[in-house]
Design a protein around this ligand. Structure first.
Ligand SMILES: *Cc1c(COP(=O)(O)O)cnc(C)c1O
Length: 427
């Protein structure tokens, strides 16, 4: 079971032209491995798909916050969607232009609002209360705050409820029927400059018809605003395009498919308004998801209730299976050509029965020391990692046409416990 575009040499998995078993020997395991070309290709396919309209692609930093990866995207011309003051700092370090950054979030601190205004990035306003706070912050700083309203469009993508963000019941955004009033309020508030409108309806969306519905609803709001003399510069339709985790069952929609779903409505409305709006999209998963694997080593194989293959990575490094019941393909990276003949369940090494990475899969016979690669691990992988069980986080490498760069060193136990303090009286 090899991935697209990959050839098998001996029986080791090649990723980005590099034998991953050699990477394991050189850098240790667990190890996140990212293919630079895949990231560039994925980004470019968005630019190509939307080239008929003025567009910007804002990478959703929470999907993968590695600086080297953000540098690659900056080189490609990406903007960024950030969700915290920390992510804002990260994109500055990566050299993403601040006029292509949108600061999102349903619970921004005043400090974060100040940082956004100070950095002159656009703020996606998530409530009318926040709108007033932002205005007050901007007045105090004697600066202007550029805004878009985060619309809750009340659409329902068929995805895991934990990642459906545009439901009427979700905590994100301003209710659809209050949006016009919120803009009218914003237009009167001091130091607030209205720039655009924003929504993000969910993640891992495979049935993309919901994007058409969202676009129609958003463009209807735009029209309503124009009728009231409120003009915009951009419409941001968020991210959410799904990828194919389960190759045999799921076909991933492409950015071109997304463009075909969005653009007719978007362009028709622009024409009827006689206005030229910029279209912004905020993909995260579809840019970085397929571009990384998590390589692990097998610690134990145990025939118990099931045939358990226990690896040296768990939900401390890779939360998605536990958090979202996510399916990820796994391959035995040093036995690619061996017959998949044993029903196996790949377990992590965290002290919880829920720490199962892959359930009931046919794998070649595995023994201690073999390598298991978890595929499509680049989105919400490392970025959701923790130090649970006092396990230091692992290293990351970037592969590029057969060459390798270290892009994150592994943590030490010292790193994990450094911030703890034992009071004098307990010593
Ligand atoms: C998470 C998020 C995204 C990215 O979603 P993907 O499914 O990874 O494309 C985009 N915009 C906002 C506001 C988000 O919260």
């Amino acid at each position: 079971m090899s991935q697209e575009g990959e050839e098998e040499e001996n029986d080791h998995l090649l990723f980005g032209g590099v034998d991953v078993v050699e990477l394991a020997e050189r850098y240790g395991t667990p190890l996140y491995i990212t293919d630079e070309n895949k990231i560039r290709d994925n980004f470019r396919s968005y630019k190509k798909a939307f080239e008929t309209v003025d567009n910007d692609i804002y990478f959703a930093v929470k999907a993968n916050g590695n600086l080297a990866i953000l540098r690659i995207l900056a080189q490609e011309g990406a903007g960024a969607d950030v969700f915290s003051g920390g992510e804002l700092q990260l994109v500055k370090l990566a050299g993403i232009p601040l006029d292509k950054v949108l600061f999102n979030g349903n619970s921004k601190s005043e400090e974060e609002l100040r940082a956004a205004v100070e950095s002159q990035v656009k703020v996606s306003v998530d409530s009318r209360e926040e709108l007033q706070t932002l205005s007050a912050v901007a007045v105090k700083m004697d600066e202007e705050a550029e805004i878009a309203m985060r619309v809750n469009p009340d659409v329902s993508p068929k995805v895991n409820p934990k990642i459906a963000t545009g439901l009427r019941t979700s905590q994100f955004g301003i209710p659809y029927n209050e949006i016009i009033a919120a803009y009218e309020e914003a237009a009167k508030l001091p130091n607030i400059v209205i720039k655009g409108i924003h929504c993000h309806i969910g993640s891992q969306i495979l049935d993309i018809s919901v994007f058409k519905e969202a676009t129609e609803k958003m463009m209807q709001l735009v029209e309503g605003l124009y009728e009231r003399g409120i003009e915009l510069e951009f419409v941001d339709l968020g991210g959410g395009l799904g990828i194919s985790y389960q190759k045999e069952k799921e076909v991933a929609p492409t950015p071109k498919d997304l463009a075909d779903m969005i653009l007719p409505t978007f362009e028709a409305k622009m024409e009827s308004l006689g206005s030229n709006l910029k279209l912004i999209l905020e993909p995260g998963r579809s840019i970085v998801g397929p571009a990384s694997i998590l390589l692990s080593r097998v610690n134990t194989v145990k025939q118990a209730y099931k045939n358990f293959v226990a690896i040296d990575a768990g939900f401390n490094l890779f939360l998605r299976p536990v958090m979202y019941d996510a399916y990820h393909e796994v391959v035995v990276a040093n036995k690619l050509n061996e017959q998949a003949s044993v029903l196996s369940t790949v377990a992590g090494q965290v002290c919880e029965s829920g720490d199962i990475i892959a359930k009931d899969r046919m794998l070649p016979p595995v023994k201690r020391g073999d390598f298991v690669a978890i595929l499509d691990a680049g989105a919400y992988g490392f970025s959701m990692s923790s130090q649970y069980n006092v396990r230091p986080r692992c290293a990351e490498v970037l592969v590029h046409d057969g060459a390798v760069d270290l892009i994150r060193t592994k943590e030490s136990v010292e790193d994990v416990i450094r911030t703890q303090v034992v009071p004098e009286r307990l010593r």
